[in-house]
Write a protein of this length. Sequence first.
Length: 232
Amino acid sequence: MIPASPAEALGRHTDVVRSFVVDPIVDLHKRFAHAHEVSGTEHGDLFGAQWRDLLKAVAGEAASRGYRTRRVPPGGNRLPVVNNCLLHPWRLPGSARSVSNFASSSTRKNSFAAPMVDDVLFEPGYDGESEETPSWLKNIELRHLTEGATTLVMPLVLVMVHSTPHQLRAIEWAVAEYDRESDEVQLHGQETIWEPEPVAEETDGAVESFDSGVPAGPQLEPLEQEGGRPDA
């Protein structure tokens, strides 16, 4: 069993993680979108190459707040470790099956096999008081003890960036589960954590609505005819 949602996986760190994930992604999108526009290219290769920067930016923000990072072989990408979970930012390609095919490289496959360690004593905000073990971790321990396994693996929280060179459409996250038999990834507790603010349509405040009443027509005045009899 794995956590049912990112909030369950991250626990008390959820709000902090949400903040240090969203800000660098929004800033990075602006810079890559500007570079794409300046280049004048009609291809998305330049814009799509931001995935390395996404990994570095989020890992850097996590480290600056005291969270540990874990290097995933063979690519060597560093992913933040929060509440015994890995955090993986990822810009979705245009393919309709991009999520299910997330584990398309050996490095991404290995991100589902990182050994779990007890980092609670070293995480920011630890106040020395013991906390109850999360239910999802209890179930993992019970399952692995039953199966006779000795190594527990960390759940993976996948942060998905929906974007084009013209717009950052949304940022979502979910707990990702990798099925080795089908070689596909499934998501649990998918949630949108950022969307662009709606653009309000500008209207002229002097324009009156026609949903009620009778529109007033223009005021016409009779013209005085030339050669006519003057008024008495």
